[in-house]
Design a protein around this ligand. Structure first.
Ligand code: 5AD
Ligand code: SF4
Length: 374
């Protein structure tokens, strides 16, 4: 029995696919190189932008031929996209050959649904769920081991679907994280640990007693062994001085921070509900540069947020020039169902968004070239 997993989206999903692989292997499945050879194909989907969803619809559609050839093939779709009830329904209506549809909170029950599929199609999307501490991961990212430290997000940036499909923030207990880190290091295969969370800087605020993210970092560094530690993603509003100091102090922590700014304009940042200003963001960057020399800094930007004017977009360009990032990701704003920004007036036409993203990426390319010549 063979399995094939298709993963879309962020590192969180990559790591969750490692859990799916772990579950499938515990059921006796082994991996295969081509989807044609599989007895089960799992799509682990992403909902962050419309493009990601379109790709899933296209690729699931292409499986119709395989299902015709192999009637016993099981096709499962899970992840952020199917966590949205309407999208799950659309997928089921469009593709009668999809057997299992799960959301983000019940992937651990995949084994049960594979068994149940003999009786017919299985669909379950739950509103919430706890972090699984039991089922094994099949780690697939070379000498890097992902370690999840929390799930969900409480920030509700107005453009973002994540809080709706991943629920509220829930931190794993520190002792469970440390246990996993110790196990991973003891295996001897991993040189790097990367902590994952939508907003790692708010780690531990929901625990009692509370544990700060900087304490977690220091405690992981105290684990004996030869490894480097990194983490993503940080929110500028929560990146506190103690975290910056810990990164500076601990040799094991990689000198790298992904710090999404999203925009360089204060009115747009307010509309995005980011809870910091351009000035505050630049202050944090100055602090990082002062305390952690040679720290690599990267960022995400969204262009064409509703009502963004040409001048406001130029504030993003000037922020990028000023910070001199090591690299950036630039995205065209994509309307997400159910978010606050979806209902905002002044949606920006596609061609304007495309022009802005191209100009931002051209600037990034120019700055990278200049940096290399320094
Ligand atoms: N449209 C475009 N980009 C988005 N991101 C999140 N939501 C959207 C959206 N609706 C981007 C942000 C985030 C990154 C992971 O994806 O820049 O940091
Ligand atoms: Fe989305 Fe904002 Fe949460 Fe990041 S911090 S996952 S952008 S709501």
């Amino acid at each position: 029995m063979k399995y094939y997993i298709v993963t879309y989206g962020c590192q969180m999903n990559v790591h969750e696919s490692e859990k799916i692989a772990g579950i499938l292997e515990s059921l006796g499945y082994s991996p295969c190189e081509k989807r044609e050879d599989a007895d089960i194909i799992v799509f682990n989907t992403c909902a962050i932008r419309e493009g990601a969803e379109d790709r899933v619809f296209g690729n699931v559609g292409n499986l119709k031929k395989l299902k015709k050839k192999n009637k016993n093939l099981i096709i499962a779709v899970c992840g952020c996209m199917t966590q949205k009830e309407q999208t799950a329904q659309k997928l089921l209506n469009t593709f009668p050959f999809v057997d299992i549809v799960l959301g983000t909170f019940n992937i651990t029950k995949l084994g049960y649904f594979i068994e149940a599929v003999k009786k017919g199609r299985q669909i379950e999307v739950l509103d919430s769920g706890e972090i699984d501490e039991v089922l094994p991961y099949k780690r697939t990212s070379g000498d890097n081991a992902w370690v999840n430290i929390m799930q969900g997000c409480n920030n509700f940036c107005t453009y973002c679907i994540v809080p709706y499909v991943r629920g509220r923030e829930e931190s794993r207990k520190e002792e469970n994280i440390l246990k996993e880190v110790r196990q991973v290091i003891a295996e001897g295969k991993y040189k790097k640990i990367t902590l994952l969370g939508q907003n790692v800087n708010s780690y531990g605020k929901d625990l009692s007693p509370q544990v700060s993210f900087s304490k977690l970092l220091s405690d992981i560094c105290a684990v004996e062994g030869d490894f480097t530690l990194s983490f993503m993603t940080s929110h500028p509003k929560d990146l506190t001085d103690d975290v910056i100091d810990t990164i500076a102090k601990e040799d094991k922590i990689e000198k790298y921070i992904h710090l999404p700014a999203q925009s360089g304009n204060n009115r747009i940042l307010r509309l995005m509900n980011r809870k910091y200003t351009r000035e505050k963001y630049l202050e944090i960057i100055d602090k990082i540069r002062a305390k952690i020399p040679n720290c690599r800094i990267t960022s995400d930007f969204i262009v064409g947020f509703p009502t963004e004017t040409e001048e406001e977009f130029e504030d993003t360009l000037s922020l990028v020039e000023k910070v001199k990032y090591d690299s950036i990701f630039a995205f065209m704003y994509s309307k997400r169902e159910g978010t606050v920004a979806e209902k905002m007036e002044g949606q920006i036409p596609e061609d304007v968004k495309r022009d802005r993203v191209n100009r931002l990426l051209a600037l990034e390319k120019k700055l990278q070239k200049e940096n290399k010549h320094d």
